[in-house]
Write a protein that binds this ligand. Structure first.
Ligand code: ZN
Length: 396
C-alpha cells in the first residue's frame, strides 16, 4: 500500500500547534510555505503522509510498526494524507475550493487560549459550509495548563461544537512535542474518517496543484525528462501509459489558450512508483510534455483527464452564491462590475461580476478555467489592499 487512500485537511488557529502535530503524526514539517505565501493569490496545497497500523489483539491503532502496548508487530491499516495550506485566508479558501478532495478534517484547538479564537470559529464555519462531517478535534498544548483548566477548556470546546457538523467529533488531548496521545489521534482518525467508497471505473480527473521541469540545467536533449504534473485525483483511476489531456492548458501568443495532449509515462506517490493511481494524497505524473511548458507551476489550476470526459474550459462561469459573515469587514451584496477572484479545485480565476440574477452570479474571467459541474466555488473580494474570502457557491 504505497498511496494514501484518504485526505484529511488540517485546520486551526495559526498558533495552535499545527506544525508540531503534523511532525508528530508524519515525521515531517509542513511549514514549507513561505515561498508560496509570496505568490499572493495563487494557492498551493501541502501534503504529508503517514501510515496507520493496527494491533487487533490490543484493539488499538498506532503510528508505529510495533504495538506500543504488547510489543508485537502491528499491521498496516492504511496510509493517510494530511493537507495543509498557508495562512488563514488561503486555508479557508482551500477547504472550500478543494472540498472535493477532502474526506475529513483534523481541527486543532490549543488549551492555553479561550475557545473559540476568531480563526477557529471561522474554520468551523467553513467545515459546516463545505459539509465536511468527519472531524477529529485535537486539544493541543495541554502541557501548558493545569488538569482543571484542561477539563474546563474541553467543556468549552464541546459547547463550541454544539449544533455544528463536528458536534460529535472526538476531542483528543495531545502534547505533540512529547508524542503524548498522538496514537490516540490516529485511533480517532481510524474510527471517525473512513476511506470513502470510490468507483475505480470512473474516468480519472486530477486537479493539478504543481508542475515542474525536473531536468538540471544543461541536460543533453536525448536525456531530458518530460514535464511533471503534481496533484490529486478527484475520481477514477489513472494508469501508466494512458493518453490524457491537460485542460485548459497554456496561453500561447498566437492561438490563445491551448490544451495539451500528454502520455502518462510514469506515476509516483510519496511511497514510491505506481502502475495506477487512485484518489488520495499527492501524486506526480511524469508526462510526454515538453518540460519547458510545465516549468515553474505554469499548469497549476488545470485538470488532467481523458479527452472525452473532461468538462469544457470556460471564461464565463455561472454559480449560485452565498455570502458569509466575517469579522473585520462588511460584506455587502455583490455588485455587477465588481472585481472578484474565484477559486475552484486548484484553479484561480481573476475577473469581474458580469451579472447577478436570482442569486446566480455570472463571472467573466481574464483566463478560462476548466470546472467540473457542481464544484464548490470560493469567492473572494477586495477589502482594502487584500483579497478576502467573502462567499461560496456551486458551479452551474
Ligand atoms: Zn498489541
Amino acid at each position: 500500500m504505497l498511496q494514501a487512500v484518504v485526505n484529511i485537511g488540517l485546520l486551526g488557529h495559526v498558533d495552535h500547534g499545527k506544525t508540531s502535530l503534523t511532525k508528530a503524526l508524519t515525521g515531517k514539517w509542513t511549514d514549507t510555505h513561505s515561498e508560496e505565501v509570496k505568490r499572493g493569490i495563487s494557492i498551493r496545497l501541502g501534503y504529508a503522509d503517514t501510515n496507520i497500523y493496527s494491533c487487533p489483539p490490543c484493539g488499538l491503532h498506532t503510528l508505529n510498526e510495533k504495538c506500543p502496548k504488547c510489543g508485537g508487530a502491528a499491521k498496516l491499516k492504511r496510509r493517510v494524507s494530511f493537507l495543509d495550506a498557508p495562512g488563514h485566508e488561503t486555508l479557508m479558501t482551500i477547504v472550500l475550493s478543494a472540498s472535493s478532495i477532502m474526506d475529513g478534517a483534523l481541527l486543532l484547538i490549543a488549551a492555553n487560549e479561550p475557545c473559540p479564537q476568531p480563526q477557529t470559529a471561522e474554520h468551523l464555519m467553513i467545515l459546516n459550509i463545505a459539509g465536511i462531517k468527519n472531524v477529529v478535534v485535537a486539544q493541543t498544548k495541554i502541557d501548558l495548563v493545569t488538569k482543571e483548566q484542561a477539563k474546563a477548556h474541553y467543556d468549552s470546546i464541546k459547547k463550541f461544537l454544539k449544533g455544528s457538523v463536528a458536534e460529535n467529533a472526538p476531542i483528543i488531548p495531545v502534547v505533540s512535542n512529547y508524542g503524548i496521545n498522538v496514537d490516540a489521534v490516529a485511533d480517532a482518525i481510524e474510527s471517525t474518517i473512513p476511506t470513502p467508497a470510490r468507483d475505480p471505473a470512473l474516468p480519472p480527473i486530477m486537479l493539478i496543484s504543481r508542475s515542474f521541469d525536473v531536468n538540471k540545467p544543461g541536460t543533453p536533449i536525448p536525456s531530458l525528462k518530460g514535464g511533471v504534473l503534481g496533484g490529486s485525483l478527484v475520481q477514477g483511476t489513472l494508469k501508466r501509459g494512458e493518453a490524457a489531456l491537460v485542460r485548459p492548458g497554456l496561453e500561447t501568443p498566437k492561438k490563445g489558450m491551448k490544451e495539451m495532449e500528454v502520455k502518462v509515462e510514469s506515476l509516483m506517490c510519496e511511497g514510491g512508483p505506481l502502475e495506477s493511481a487512485a484518489p488520495g494524497g499527492l501524486i506526480a505524473v511524469g508526462t510526454s510534455l515538453d518540460p519547458n511548458v510545465s516549468k515553474a507551476d505554469s499548469l497549476v489550476g488545470c485538470l488532467l483527464g481523458r479527452p472525452d470526459s473532461l468538462p469544457d474550459s470556460k471564461s464565463e462561469l455561472s454559480f449560485d452564491h452565498h455570502l458569509i459573515q466575517r469579522e473585520g469587514f462588511d460584506n455587502p451584496p455583490l455588485k455587477a462590475g465588481e472585481p472578484i477572484v474565484i477559486n475552484v479545485g486548484t484553479a484561480t480565476g481573476i475577473g469581474v461580476v458580469a451579472a447577478i440574477k436570482k442569486g446566480q452570479v455570472l463571472a467573466k474571467l481574464k483566463k478560462p478555467v476548466c470546472v467540473v459541474k457542481g464544484s464548490t466555488v470560493a469567492i473572494s473580494r477586495r477589502v482594502g489592499q487584500r483579497w478576502r474570502l467573502a462567499g461560496w457557491g456551486r458551479s452551474l
